[in-house]
Design a protein around this ligand. Structure first.
Ligand SMILES: O=C(CO)COP(=O)(O)O
Length: 252
């Protein structure tokens, strides 16, 4: 297998220039080789992409948090994948549940955005996750299967695709699924990728867990075979917590 863990910080709508000091702290830890064996990624708001790229060393990825599905045109307030790339992004988070809720992004929308991102050369991190109501109704596998099939474009390569499993009820709540449940759901997602793209492809794709990941619980998630890293919200805003999570990653 040998999938290197990806430790990804999603800053969401947080971060002014003052917070670039957190990136300097990450850069200092990278310089002293004190970040653990995983790959690091930070997704700041679009306003800080260019500055983030300047403050971070080149081996730390910088990601946007969404992109438009068109390359240019009359879309006031939107940003194309190429614009984000030019600003410093090498990756983009797509289909986060907050985008799906706040901006009514459907699986088809996410897929179109992913196609645009891939065409611009960006790595795409596609998020899936069930709501509390869906979980209670035992619909988790149906929802995850549908989201994965509908949101991931057919022409993607394994290197350019990362999946993030983020149960909505675990985001920002302090609640998390049990390691047993996470293992089962990540295995389900990998099998689903294998059915569509083949086993070799699926075994290369990193599947991150997201939802209330903290320094205190990250290691138990990283110990699971099919968990290839974390997508971290709140705990990524402080370099000390983000780095503590990164340091708890095992070598793979
Ligand atoms: O949504 C998330 C990352 O994309 C998770 O957020 P929290 O880590 O704050 O729960």
């Amino acid at each position: 297998m040998g999938r290197r863990l990806l430790i990804a910080g999603n800053w969401k709508m947080n971060g002014l220039r003052a917070e670039l000091a957190e990136l300097d702290a990450i850069a200092a830890a990278v310089a002293s080789q004190d970040t653990g064996p995983g790959e690091l990624l930070v997704a700041p708001p679009a306003t800080l992409l260019a500055a983030a790229r300047e403050h971070l060393p080149s081996d730390v990825s910088v990601a946007a948090q969404t992109c438009h599905h068109n390359t240019r045109g009359p879309h006031t307030g939107d940003l194309s994948a190429h614009m984000l790339q030019e600003a410093g992004a090498d990756s983009v988070i797509l289909g986060h549940s907050e985008r799906r809720t706040d901006h009514r992004e459907s699986d088809e929308d996410v897929c179109a955005r992913a196609q645009a991102a891939l065409a611009a050369g960006l790595r795409t991190i596609v998020c899936v996750g069930e709501s509390e109501a869906e979980r209670r109704a035992n619909e988790t596998l149906t929802i995850l299967g549908r989201q994965l099939d509908g949101s991931v474009p057919g022409e993607v390569t394994a290197e350019k695709l990362v999946i993030a499993y983020e149960p909505i009820w675990a985001i920002g709540t302090g609640l998390t699924p049990t390691p047993h449940d996470i293992a089962e759901l990540h295995a389900f997602l990998r099998n689903r990728l294998a059915l569509r793209f083949g086993h070799a492809f699926a075994s290369c794709v990193r599947i991150l867990y997201g939802g209330s990941v903290k320094p205190s619980n990250a290691a138990e998630f990283f110990a699971l075979d099919d968990v290839d890293g974390a997508l971290i919200g709140g705990a990524s805003l402080k370099a000390t917590d983000f780095l503590a999570i990164a340091r708890s990653a095992p070598e793979r």
